[in-house]
Write a protein that binds this ligand. Structure first.
Ligand code: CTP
Ligand code: MG
Length: 338
């Protein structure tokens, strides 16, 4: 099969079994953690009603607590929608939450301003934004991909687990990549297998030009979410989880052209930086991962040259371990600071 690279005999089966074991015993969220998340959302709703009794505010949970890619330790991502735009000032929400013994930290100047919460009672973290609804659509998109093929969930969760263990999953403070960027990379990889495991869900060309959308604050939100039609799409591809992880590490160690290529889940193929006009000017675009809806955004913008070099070394390290017969646990060994 084109693009197939040999994994030493016998190791592929064993690696698949190890990934599934980690997935089932350590990554799949526990019933208890799901209950804690539910309790937190209920508590948070009560705080909103108490503090803003006159305002109509809707709570939408998005991100890994609902897209099928969360662990027991994942945070709860929440988007509030309201016509009371005063609430878009994160300090308003911050003040209310502090009255209820929540520990909070505001990031007011981010592209999407958020309040980060730590609830010391339920011992759970949450990120809250107000009126940023795009994330609800990309969450539904990820849910769709997860439902299409049984390999998606364990594969993407294994990738996320590796990035967290190796400290390359922290866009805000670590200067590496967000979980969302990693998930885009992993899903795009499954789209580009021969034959493909995942389909392209978006229409061939956005009905609106990227620059026009950006200027108008409008985004084409359409994509194919007909799971009944798409289920079993990847059946012609029989690659195992172990082989896929091995090939993923190899691709981003030695095959992906960081200088010229752009990962585009929207297109299901690689684009070029030149094609997107991302080959010149500032900000420097080093690792390019196009946001599928807001196509003018680079999800790799948080990583600079030095950290992309570090990320690439991590891919090479993981690939070398597997090639030499090492285990998934070795690949995910906790990173030791020098
Ligand atoms: N998101 C986004 N654009 C980004 C980062 C995040 O739209 N640049 C949205 C996505 O909907 C994503 C959600 O915010 O699913 C949560 O992001 P993140 O916490 O990075 O990912 P999770 O999937 O929640 O992963 P984790 O389990 O690590 O929390
Ligand atoms: Mg999250």
């Amino acid at each position: 099969v084109a693009g197939r690279v040999a994994l030493p005999t016998g190791l592929e089966k064993s690696l698949t079994a190890q990934i599934l074991h980690t997935y089932e015993t350590r990554l799949f969220p526990s019933a208890e953690s799901i209950e804690v998340k539910r309790a937190f959302i209920e508590k948070f709703a009560t705080i909103l009603v108490t503090e803003f009794p006159e305002w109509e505010v809707d709570i939408h949970v998005f991100g890994s607590s609902v897209n099928g890619l969360g662990t027991s330790r994942s945070d709860v991502d929440i988007c509030l929608t309201t016509e009371h735009r005063e609430l878009e000032d994160v300090f308003v929400l911050n003040k209310a939450l502090r009255k209820h013994q929540m520990r909070t930290y505001c990031i007011p100047r981010a592209r999407v301003p958020i309040v980060k919460i730590w609830d010391p009672e339920l011992r759970i973290a949450s990120d809250i934004n107000v009126n940023n609804t795009i994330a609800l659509h990309n969450t539904r998109m990820l849910q769709t991909f997860v439902a299409i093929d049984g390999r998606v969930r364990p594969f993407v969760m294994a990738v996320k687990h590796w990035t967290k263990c190796r400290e390359i999953n922290d866009a805000a403070f670590g200067g590496t990549l967000s979980s969302y960027a990693w998930v885009n990379l992993a899903i795009h990889f499954l789209q580009t297998r021969q034959p493909a495991i995942l389909p392209v869900l978006h229409p061939p060309a956005p009905s609106l030009d990227a620059d026009e959308c950006r200027a108008a604050g409008e985004v084409d939100l359409s994509f194919n979410d007909d799971i009944a039609e798409l289920r079993e799409f990847g059946r012609a591809n029989t690659e195992s989880l172990g082989f896929l992880l091995y090939a993923f590490f190899r691709t981003y160690s030695y095959e992906f052209d960081y200088r010229h290529q752009v990962v585009s889940l929207r297109s299901g193929c690689y684009l070029t930086k030149a094609q997107k006009g991302w080959d010149s000017g500032r900000p420097a675009r080093i690792f390019c991962i196009e946001e599928p809806f807001s196509t003018w955004l680079n999800l790799g913008h948080s990583a600079n040259t030095v950290s992309v070099e570090g990320i690439r070394r991590e891919f090479q390290r993981a690939f070398a371990i597997l090639r030499e017969g090492g285990s998934f646990d070795q690949v995910c060994e906790i990173y030791q600071r020098p």
